[in-house]
Design a protein. Sequence first.
Length: 314
Amino acid sequence: MEVRWLDDFIALAKARHFSRAADERNVTQPTLSRRIKLLEEEMGTTLIDRNSLPLSLTPAGDVFLAGAEQISRIARETKVRCNEIREQESNRITFATTQTLYLTLYRSLMLPFCERNELPIGLNLKSTSWVGADFVAALAQGECDLVLCFWHPAMIEARELDDERFESLVIAEEKLIPVTANDEDGRPLYVLPGMKTQPLPYIGYYENSFMRAVLDHYMQQQPEPPQLITMNENVHSVSVKAMIKEGFGFGWVPKRLVKSSLEHGSLSIAGSDQWQVTVQIRIYRNRQNPHPNVRQLWNRLEDAIRNQSIQIHD
């Protein structure tokens, strides 16, 4: 049974004439007659008294008409609502970002900025579990409109994102800082650079994460590299932080991610400022993306950055 057959029946019940109802429904009379017959077969009873002129409804037809009108109304209202949702989704800007940036800059900066500018946005939550290459592929294939991510020239993904397909804005800078849990006296458990005879237990990153290449490059540039023994590796800084807080070792994490822990004394910095690494936080878009709201957001971000009116907190 199709909803349009119900509308056919409603039209016939009002017109009380097959020809006029067919004209109203913009179908031929044989087509309308066939559909009404199919409804009667589906219901297992006669709905139209064809022996009267004008046509009339049988008692079963009266009951069926009330149900048909209700179903038709619900179907129309549902279609309208679905179209509204589709329109909202087509206007929404879809972000992809890392777990760390979702917990920090996305919620504290990008979401409020878009709300102030009345630009609907949504987050592809799957992206919080992606690794670096996933962001490049998603942006290129249109799975997201914008990518908010860390950037450093040592990152493999940086070379892929900085090709001619994409353009970027620098939203902020971030420092990767070495942190450690404290001992019972509140002193850092581990302090860089460590010793060859007693290397520091290190909580690091997998090769396919954003941070691995940055930290490898940084340590290779040091005149006296730190003495480390890798205890555990993770993709996300949130997981690195969790292992560090449990006292399994020290590691580098974004400063914004551990700001509260440092202030409350549950973590300490595991070395001097020389062991801190600066990275950028950038937002990327595909130049070929036709979404009008993306261009509008991009222009407003450019203006805010140029005028230094975008509120970023360390």
